[in-house]
Design a protein around this ligand. Sequence first.
Ligand SMILES: [Zn+2]
Length: 714
Amino acid sequence: MNTQQGALDVISIQKRFQEFLTEFRVGEEFVYKKRINEMVANHERSVVVEFEHLIDFDYELAKTIQEFPDYAMPALKKALLEALKMIDPEYAAEIYEYAVRNQQLRGVETFEEAASLIPLNVRFKLPQSSLIRLRDLGAQHVDRLVLVEGVALRVAVSKPFLVIPVYRCMRCGFVQTGIVGLTEVFAPTKCPRVSEEGQRCNGPMALDSSSSYSINHQRMLLQERQEELVGGVLPRGVQALLTDDLVDKVKPGSRVRVSAIYRAYKPVKAQGERALDTFLEVNYLESAEKEFESVELTEKDLEEIRRMAQDPWLKEKLIDSLAPGIYGLRDIKEAILLALFGAPAVVLPDNTRVRGDSHILIIGDPGTGKSQLLQTIAKLVPRGIYTSGKGSSGVGLTAAVVRDAKGEFMLEAGAMVLADGGVCLIDEIDKMDDNDRSAIHEALEQQTVTITKAGIHATLNARCGVIAAGNPTFGKYLRDRSVADNINLPPTILSRFDLIFIVEDKPDDTRDRELADFVLRVRGQGKVDVPFSAETIRKYIAHARRSVNPVLSPDAAEKLNGFYLEMRKKSDTPDSPVVITTRQLEGLVRLTKAHARMRLSGVAEAIDAEAAIRLYNVFLESIGVQTSSGKKVDLSTVTVGKTSEELDTMAKIDKILVEMLALAGANGVLEADFRIRCKEEGFSEKDIEKYLKLKKAGGVLFEPKPGRIAKVKS
Ligand SMILES: [Zn+2]
């Protein structure tokens, strides 16, 4: 660690970096003069340097910076200030005076020594080739500049000020700032100055309290991507520290690439033995959303994908290949397949966004292989995130404000936020906690998660399809009860699913024999032969999601419309309950487009609509609705679990509240006023009570203030 051959002295670092800033060109363009000009124009204090440029220009300098960033940084800041003087003396003077005027330099004898206090940042974008996996960070990386990628799982509230102490070498006078740790500040104990002969000064450092100054500061927890890990491995997380203009640049759940100095420090306060605290002191940060999405496709892959799309048996073969270890369930697998492909979101002229992702719910008796199914398909789609409503995997479904080990409030992204741009597989959705229960409506429909708690206010994106599974309330699915009775989820959540399937573990001779046969075959060979490998399907889906955005053809629209009207007609009385609503129609459009995307067709045709309608009928039959008999179809009893008459009463009471809320402020209406008004309109105490109970349990109503009620935006 202390072999410092090749390290330049500070004077050379400054001189050579200044040359780089003012002389480096790509073609005719002076890249860094331009960037410094942009910095001035935007009134910023940071310049981003492509490390590859630096390596080209001055390999020795680049090597010194990467290996001894703490030692080099003050000289780099000085170089930037000097370059700035040449380009914009006025702005340079402003920076200089800012430093002096705030008395940041008090107690520091010369400005030369105080270089580390210059309020400018030199940020280094390290080359992709130097990327290190978070789990591989080790002793050899300590105090060096490294490049890592990960998900910002938790982000803390930014702190406007953090006082940074300044230390000075008792031997040579070298000045260095203390390093802001996670909650503590770590002091440099030995002087890092390196002589021309490559000797470290190692003089004792003493606190220069009068020179201390303030910067913005924010912590985040960077974690490995879940989808990158192979079965059962816990993702590794590393704390990271954002300072100055990097603060508030990251939202929880976003994927970032970070150049940082890896720190392993013994906290100053700690006595005796204690594990070293490690964290990343972030120097440069950029979004890595695109890279995370991309599955590398070669020309050969694309050829195979095109060939697959031409295969008349494509769908059958995909279904055969989907979770081949799980027997049967072909219709459910087809629905899942469509959810994996998804459809593009539609933005209406009034800027409302209609989601393109289909949500699918499977309610199944225990032991029907639901969990295994979800786990298997999570691997088939880019950004496929598997989680359990029980929260055993750590994060919740939506987002939460958590207090971490250091006692600080942090906003933590849940699985649906982490799956933004992909598909979220939720097992045991019926076991989710109250926080998720109230936030999941918005997450499923608007595909956003809004959090206002503990001084944190944020809206996170959760643009993912959801494939969820749950257990029946009574341990076994009861055919004589409604779907809503059978699963511990409020109707308001159930209605967000485009398709719901029931998987029962009921004795069936033929099926049992086939299943036994299947299990023996799988056990015997260890695998089932499938038309496409998981890798092939992953590539196919990635390509389709990325480059095919189907629109509805007139034929397809006519088919869907015809089905919709037919379904509505099946309730024949004039003021019949609504059997199918535009919500279901939107769901059918999504499935139709997903089916077209599966064929890599930019136009959704009649055959796509037919496939969607077929699945929809399977869904209706699965939940016990007879569609072929011409019998009245009342979908409301299915999803809402109430008779139409009851529903009518609830809807009327709801209308009253909506009217009252329209006239009320952000604090909602007084519950007492609402009750009086309902009674005036002729509703019984019992009905009002039932309404309030139902809506509160369903997460539709909340209390903005004690005694007041308001509706959750939907
Ligand atoms: Zn020294």
